[in-house]
Design a protein around this ligand. Structure first.
Ligand code: SF4
Length: 397
C-alpha cells in the first residue's frame, strides 16, 4: 500500500475539514486584497467546475491547508466559516463564526512552471497542491444530449473560462509532466488525466489511455515512477477488452464513476450514463478493471450528500468487496450544474459516512485515489484513521 503522509497534530482536523466541506466558506473582502498582493498563491482554475455561488471581482485561492489537511475552497453564500486576511499578522484565518474557533489557513503555492510556461498555464492545473491535472476533452456528449449528470457543470464552466484548452495531446502531456517534475522538484505526487467523454466511448477511453501512457513515460524519464503515480478518471469503454491496454502503464490508478449507489438514484442523477451504459455494465467494467490493475487500484466515486448516507455506506462496502476502492467526495454544488447551488448535505449525514469509511479502512486494503491532495474527498483522512478521533462537540450541525 502507498504511504500516507497525512499526520495532522490536531485530532479534530478531519472533522473540521468535513464541517467546512459541508457548509462552504464565506469570504471577507480582505481576501481579495491578499490575493492581489500575494503573487505565489495557486488561484482557482475552473477547468470543469465552479462551486462558488457568485461571480467575484477578484480571483480566489483554489484550496487551503487547514490543520495540515487540504480543503476545497467552495463558497455557497452564507456559512459559519469565514475566511479573513489578517493584515497585521500576515496570515489567512478561518473562523467558525458560531463558536469563535479560529484556525490558521495556509495557502498553496503555485507551480513555478506556470509562471514560466504559457502553454502549461493553459493546459494543466495544480490540484490539491500535489497533483498535476489535465482535462481532455473539455466537453461531454451527455450535455449535447441533455442527459448530463445533474451535479456536473462542465459545459457552463467551459463557456465561462474559454482560456483553457479543450483538447490535449500526448506530446503536451509528456512535455509538461517532465517540465513540472524538473522545475518544481518534490511538489508533484500524482498526475491526473480527467475528461469529459466522447460519444464514441472506445475512442474516448483510448484517448485517456494514450495520455496516461505519455504521462507515465515522462515520469519514467525523470526517474520518478516509484514516487509519482498516474491517475485516470474516464467512462469505461464499450469494448471491455480495451481495459487490457492499461496493464502496460506503471503505477496506475483508474476510476469509472458510479457517483451514487442506489439504482434509482443512478437513473435520476446520471441519466446519460444510465441510458447509454447502465449500472450493471459499469460494475462489470469495474471488476474487469480491478483484475487488470490489481486489487484496489480500480476506483469508483460516490458523492456523499447526493443520496441518503446509508446508500453511500452500502456502496462503499460493496465496492470494497469486489476489489474496488471507493472514493468518497463531499458533494459540492456547482452554479452551472442542473442542481445549481442548492441545499447542502447535513453534517450529521456526512459524519455517518465518514465513520463508516473509517471502519472500512480498518477491514480492507482499500486505497485513496487522492493520496494527500483530495480537496473534497475524505478517503486519505479515513485511511490515516482520523475519523477514529472523537468528533468535537461544537461541530454538530
Ligand atoms: S459523465 Fe457526467 S460528470 Fe462526467 S463529464 Fe459527463 S456529465 Fe459531467
Amino acid at each position: 500500500m502507498e504511504d500516507s503522509k497525512i499526520a495532522p497534530t490536531d485530532p479534530a482536523a478531519a472533522w473540521v475539514k468535513l464541517h467546512v466541506l459541508a457548509h462552504g466558506i464565506e469570504f471577507d473582502r480582505s481576501v481579495s486584497e491578499f490575493v492581489s498582493t500575494e503573487r505565489s498563491v495557486a488561484l482557482r482554475k475552473n477547468f470543469y467546475n465552479n462551486p462558488v455561488s457568485a461571480a467575484l471581482d477578484a480571483p480566489i485561492p483554489q484550496e487551503l491547508r487547514v490543520l495540515g489537511l487540504i480543503v476545497g475552497l467552495n463558497s455557497y453564500g452564507r456559512s459559519p466559516w469565514r475566511l479573513t486576511w489578517e493584515r497585521d499578522a500576515l496570515t489567512l484565518s478561518l473562523e467558525n463564526q458560531e463558536t469563535g474557533t479560529r484556525y490558521a489557513a495556509d495557502i498553496i503555492p503555485d507551480l513555478e512552471l506556470f509562471a514560466e510556461d504559457a502553454e502549461a498555464q493553459h493546459t494543466a492545473n495544480l490540484y490539491g497542491g500535489a497533483a498535476l491535472a489535465f482535462f481532455s476533452p473539455r466537453s461531454c456528449y451527455f450535455f449535447a444530449d441533455d442527459s448530463q449528470c445533474h451535479f456536473c457543470s462542465l459545459a457552463g464552466t467551459a463557456r465561462e473560462t474559454p482560456e483553457y484548452q479543450g483538447w490535449i495531446s500526448d506530446e503536451q502531456v509528456g512535455r509538461i509532466v517532465r517540465l513540472a517534475l524538473e522545475t518544481d522538484p518534490g511538489r508533484i505526487e500524482q498526475i491526473m488525466i480527467v475528461g469529459g467523454n466522447m460519444r464514441d466511448l472506445d475512442r474516448g477511453f483510448s484517448h485517456h489511455v494514450s495520455l496516461a501512457r505519455a504521462a507515465a513515460e515522462a515520469v519514467g524519464l525523470v526517474g520518478r515512477s516509484d514516487a509519482v503515480s498516474v491517475h485516470v478518471a474516464t467512462m469505461p469503454p464499450r469494448d471491455l477488452t480495451l481495459i487490457g491496454d492499461l496493464s502496460e502503464i506503471e503505477n496506475l490508478h483508474v476510476m469509472f464513476n458510479l457517483e451514487v449507489w442506489n439504482p434509482d438514484n443512478f437513473v435520476r442523477f446520471c441519466p446519460g450514463k444510465a441510458k447509454d451504459y447502465g449500472r450493471s455494465r459499469m460494475l462489470s467494467a469495474l471488476e474487469r478493471l480491478s483484475s487488470t490493475l490489481g486489487e484496489f487500484r480500480a476506483h469508483s466515486l460516490l458523492i456523499a450528500g447526493l443520496e441518503e448516507p446509508e446508500w453511500t455506506c452500502e456502496g462503499a462496502r460493496a465496492l470494497a468487496q469486489i476489489g474496488v476502492s471507493p472514493i468518497v467526495n463531499v458533494y459540492h454544488s456547482d452554479r452551472d450544474s442542473r442542481l445549481g447551488i442548492g441545499p447542502r448535505p447535513a453534517f450529521a449525514d456526512l459524519a455517518q459516512i465518514a465513520s463508516a469509511l473509517h471502519d472500512l479502512y480498518q477491514e480492507h486494503e482499500v486505497q485513496p485515489y487522492w493520496r494527500h491532495c483530495g480537496r473534497n474527498s475524505i478517503d486519505a483522512e479515513a485511511q490515516a484513521g482520523l475519523f477514529g478521533s472523537p468528533m468535537p462537540t461544537n461541530l454538530t450541525v
